[in-house]
Each structure stands twice: as C-alpha cells, then as structure tokens.
Design a protein around this ligand. Structure first.
Ligand code: PEP
Length: 263
C-alpha cells in the first residue's frame, strides 16, 4: 500500500479548551456542516479529543452525527487497571466508557509534565493491552532541527516504543509528526520538509513492522483551512492532528474536507 492509499485521519485536539457552552456550539456547528455536505467515513476518519471531563458528553453529542466521529482521550494513566491512584484515569476505565482512542507522547505532555520515554512506554503498553488505538506523537524542537538532529530525534521516539508494542499491535498505532516549533505558533513546516520527514518515518516504520507501509502518519503544527490542501497533497501525509483550528467548526470541517477530497 502506498502512503497515499491510506484513508486519512483528521483529529481535533481541543487541549484545555473550551467552556461547556462553547463546546456545545462547536459540535452542533460541525455536525450541521457534515449534515449539509457529508464527508464519507471511507474518505476520512474524523476524531475529536476533548478534555477528560468532557469525554462522555462529547461522545454523547457525536452519537447523533450523520457519520461516526471518534472521541479521543488526550491522556491516559501510566497505571493500569483500577485502584487507589487519585486523579488518574486508566486505559481500562477509558475502554469501559467506550473511549477507544488516546493521544500519547504529545510534546506538551513530554515537556510540561515531564513524561519521559519510560512513562510513555508504560502508557503505550497499558493502552494497547486495554485494546485502545493510540495516536503516538513525535517531533523535534527548533534547536534540534537547527542542529540537524530532527530525523534522529523523531526516529528515536518511534524506536522507544518498540520495546512495548507487540507485532500485531502496530495496527493499533497512528503516528502524528508534530514539530514542536510549529505547534500553536502559526508556523507550519513546509509541505516539502513535512513530506521528507514523513517519508523517513515511513521508512523507519517499515523496518520495524510489516504494517509500516499501511500505518497512517499525521502531520500536526498550525494546520489550518488555508494550508490543509497543500499538506494533504503530500503522499506520506495521511491526515492532520489539529489544535487551534479544531476550535472553529468551519475551519475543522474544511481541513477534514481537504484531506477527504485530496487523498
Ligand atoms: C497540537 O497541539 O497537536 C497542535 C497541532 O496544535 P496547533 O494546531 O494549534 O499547532
């Protein structure tokens, strides 16, 4: 399967946003846009990652959409199962609430919450054991890019999880390449630079797993309606992880439409 034959994914990462009333308006606006002009499931998987607090209410709102939209957790505990772990939400609890997707390795969690590769491996292992699909985020800092270390850093972040992902489980992983310097900054990697990195990631994945050729590799970092088409045109960019622009129904819809129509 070539990179461009993979069904694209467009996933909105709401981060620590928005207030309840705004979330309701955002979802109803997005559902209306889909109703007027449906984006078919086979042309684009769509997901929304709200705060932990809003997971089940968003899931309930999305249930009345004209097509399936995945509800994605932004985080999961490094601890598995149930128990006395105040403030934590395990992969099993997510699964029990029919949340089947989770983001792991986002640079904000790596940097602000000091999530090391060991912690991320515990999360990856638990999520896979519970049967969740993971959107595993990787990406280099500006300094690492300027020092010519971008590919090495990104490939190492992928190699880090090989210790805990069993052969068949690679099918349950989506990669999101998010250069840290492009997140929330308005600076997007050029389509050429993004494609170069995505091709390297693809090459790395095919050396690790036979599923490497068919795994989706999303781009994240200031994706907007205005730059979605040119990113979608790149053969190894199989979708987008969208932060800021996912908080606007029309922008998020246009990004999904760009990937659905271009791929
Ligand atoms: C993100 O945080 O995953 C992200 C890509 O954010 P933004 O689109 O705002 O750069």
């Amino acid at each position: 399967m070539s990179g461009s034959a993979i069904t694209p994914w467009v996933v909105g990462n709401w981060k620590m946003n928005p207030m309840q009333a705004d979330a309701k308006e955002l979802l109803s606006g997005f559902k209306k846009l889909l109703q007027n002009n449906e984006i078919k499931e086979e042309n684009c998987h769509i997901g929304i990652a709200p705060s932990m607090l809003a997971l089940t209410s968003v899931q309930a709102e999305l249930a009345s959409s004209v097509r399936s939209i995945y509800t994605v957790a932004q985080n999961v505990s490094r601890i598995a199962g149930l128990g006395a772990y105040t403030g934590e939400v395990s992969a099993e609890l997510l699964k029990d609430h029919h949340i089947d997707f989770v983001l792991i390795g986002h640079s904000e969690r790596r940097e602000i919450f000091n999530e090391t590769s060991q912690i991320l491996n515990e999360k990856v292992k638990n999520a896979l054991t519970a049967g969740l699909t993971i959107i595993y985020c990787v990406g280099e800092s500006l300094e690492q890019r300027e020092n010519g270390q971008a590919e090495q850093v990104v490939l190492q972040q992928i190699c880090d999880i090989t210790a805990v992902v069993q052969a068949e489980q690679w099918q349950k992983i989506v990669i999101a390449y998010e250069p840290i310097w492009a997140i929330g900054t308005g600076k997007t990697a050029s389509p050429e630079d993004a494609q170069t990195m995505h091709a390297k990631i693809r090459e790395g994945l095919t050396q690790i797993t036979p599923f490497g050729a068919s795994m989706a590799i999303l781009y994240g970092g200031s994706v907007k309606a205005e730059n979605a088409v040119e990113l979608a045109t790149c053969p190894d960019i199989n979708g987008a992880l969208v932060g800021g622009a996912s908080l606007n129904a029309a922008s998020f819809y246009e990004i999904a439409q760009a990937f659905a129509n271009t791929k």
